[in-house]
Ligand binder design. Structure first.
Ligand SMILES: NC(=O)c1ccc[n+]([C@@H]2O[C@H](COP(=O)([O-])OP(=O)(O)OC[C@H]3O[C@@H](n4cnc5c(N)ncnc54)[C@H](O)[C@@H]3O)[C@@H](O)[C@H]2O)c1
Length: 300
């Protein structure tokens, strides 16, 4: 392949970057070089959808995308009305001065038709759909795998696996409709790759392992539409989900902290960078990957 064929095959949406920009500047002294690395992470005017966006990791990631310049991030979750932390985040975004906004609607990720319909209405209104974070998820009780009741098992898989697919479909259908490509981030867990020592979480672990393969499978189907699909797998992070264990069994705080090389739990805000990277043009050659952010838990 010649260098001109290579250039025709792929060009950065931001023009010349890195060494190419340096060579261009060397050939044309009238160019004054400017840093572009943060422009690659910008989500200026983009439209996003986040499930489980009423609180926790979903809301944290929605807010990060607003700070990166998204026109709007539509959060949805089960409650009819959003939480106080969601309202505070919406008001915070409104004061950022970058024309970004957070919107909320109530929906259940297990209702495929409702998600498709609502997201189509968003597409009609906004005229685009650029990124999606499928973060809604549930963790149920510690239950022996040989006794695990069918109904609870089905419930966990319905939200954590089926609901992630239905959310990704809803956004992906709009990305396909507008033909601009897009980025879909499926929130899995390190528990999709490792088993949490001492915890009988067969439903959760199984549901998250399915999400890893869902991301690879969707990435392979949607690459030709320039829709990227990756999974993001956090380790132990203190949120309402993990508080259900940590607040009742405080000794787990030290146990979980000692299970990664950094010796602590993660903060929700420690996912801001990675989600912005995945949603943005800073990751345009990344698809079908699982990004593990676990403080190194999975390395031991
Ligand atoms: N906190 C962690 O340590 C951790 C680690 C790995 C993965 N995760 C994953 O990150 C995601 C977010 O978890 P979190 O820690 O912020 O927990 P969280 O409980 O604070 O947030 C989950 C959100 O999903 C919503 N939700 C649940 N069922 C839903 C449904 N049927 N329809 C719509 N929304 C629904 C909940 O109402 C809640 O707002 C989950 O997928 C979770 O499995 C969390």
């Amino acid at each position: 392949m010649s260098s001109s064929q290579f250039a025709a095959q792929s060009a950065s949406p931001l023009g010349k970057l890195g060494i190419e920009a340096a060579l261009e500047a060397a050939a044309d002294p009238s160019i004054s070089p400017k840093p572009k690395i943060f422009d690659e992470f910008a989500l200026t005017d983009r439209v996003g959808l986040v499930s489980g966006g009423n609180r926790g990791l979903g809301l944290e990631m929605a807010l990060a995308c607003c700070e990166a310049g998204a026109r709007v991030v539509y959060c949805f979750d089960l409650p009819e009305k959003p939480s106080d932390e969601w309202i505070a985040s919406r008001d915070y975004v409104a004061k950022l001065g970058n024309n970004s906004r957070l919107e909320y609607f109530s929906a259940n990720v297990t209702d495929q038709q409702a998600l498709w319909k609502k997201t189509e209405e968003i597409g009609d209104k906004e005229g685009r759909m650029d990124f999606c974070v499928a973060a809604a998820g549930i963790l149920r009780s510690h239950t022996d795998c040989l006794e695990y009741p069918a109904q609870e098992y089905r419930e966990v898989l319905d939200v954590n696996t089926n609901g992630v697919l239905f959310t990704a479909q809803a956004a992906g259908r709009q990305m396909s409709r507008f033909g601009r490509g897009g980025s879909i981030v499926l929130i899995a867990s390190m528990s999709g790759s490792i088993t949490n020592r001492g915890h009988a979480w067969v439903s959760y672990n199984t549901s998250k392992a399915a999400v890893l393969q869902m991301a690879r499978s969707m990435a392979c189907e949607l690459g030709e539409k320039k829709i990227r699909v990756n999974s993001l797998s956090p380790g132990h992070i203190y949120t309402s989900m993990t508080a259900a264990y940590l607040d009742k069994q405080p000794h787990l705080f030290d146990v979980w902290s000692s299970m990664n090389p950094l010796g602590r739990l993660g903060r929700p805000d420690e996912l801001r960078g990675v989600v912005t990277w995945l949603a943005s043009d800073a990751s345009t050659f990344c698809t079908g990957s699982d990004i593990i952010v676990s403080g190194g838990h999975h390395s031991w």
